[in-house]
Write a protein that binds this ligand. Sequence first.
Ligand code: MG
Length: 372
Amino acid sequence: MPELAPYAVSEHNTRGRNVREEVPFGRSEFQRDRDRIIHSTAFRRLEYKTQVFVNHEGDLFRTRLTHSIEVAQIARSIARRLKFNEDLVEAISLAHDLGHTPFGHAGQDALNACMKDHGGFEHNLQSLRVVDVLEERYAAFDGLNLCFETREGILKHCAPASAAGLGAVGERFINKQRPSLEAQIANLADEIAYNNHDVDDGLRSGLITLEQIATVRLFAMHLETVRKSHPDLGERRLIHETVRRMINTLVSDLMHETERNIVAQRPQTLDEVRNAPPLAVFSEEVREMNRELKSFLHTHLYRHYQVMRMNAKAHRIIGDLFKTFMEDKRLLPPQYQRQAEADQARAVSDYIAGMTDRYAIKEHRRLFAVDE
Ligand code: MG
């Protein structure tokens, strides 16, 4: 085990698991969490779930699985350098999207709208629900019985109203405390990963053009450097060289700024991290450039008419499925029928949220196409 900073999460300061277990042999508690996540059903489904592009649109686009691996890569690099718990950031990164619906953000919005009179749907809460309740693998408990700090990292955001019902893991939203540095880093690594791979996927799909994105400062400054040093470079490599430099800028800025904050605030313990202002942050200048990039993606990619069409389809599919299963729970697979006895809406929501893109499309066809 590499040396950890005194304020990093470790096996000495962890709040442990809800159900007590034997100390693992040959691996740390957080390696065990990571391993449980990798072996879960929800993790395998990430391969067939998407963020912006729908799974069948092309083989080259990111899926939630490759996204999660990219997040883990970025977060681990930062954690290792800053002496944070690398196994924990890896576990959080790999689990952070487990609760996502099919069809990316559109799917989440659609399911949340369906659930508005039944407690709503929120993907962070659902990720926690997957690891706490829904995975069925162990004899002694529901879910994966992960360590507190892994669960805390998975629950990135949460409205205070929902936090009240979550026990210890919800407390920080009520007490206005920060999560561990490992959770803070995994959260920002997520943002670095998706902004940059959306640029890459957006350009590859042709939905955004080089000319358009050359108006974004973070992209433009690196594009210019690459063009100057390699004037004859083909477009594919030009884009890759630019995007990798963007990631580098964001990662090194985050490392430096976090190091600076730690030196200034001098936390000695994990509790001091929790009570300090957020220590893992970008510098003001890079935060501004990052904001500009995000707003570009919003306007030009996430609101592109082809993406909007797919979103509309996703809304229709999820809305139809929800309505059908709410009208007649006998159409649900047996395990969800049993769950529906207690709470039909939540059972339907769990069933839909667990679907991959292609499964949701197939299920819709099975229910609505007369010749299926
Ligand atoms: Mg993510």
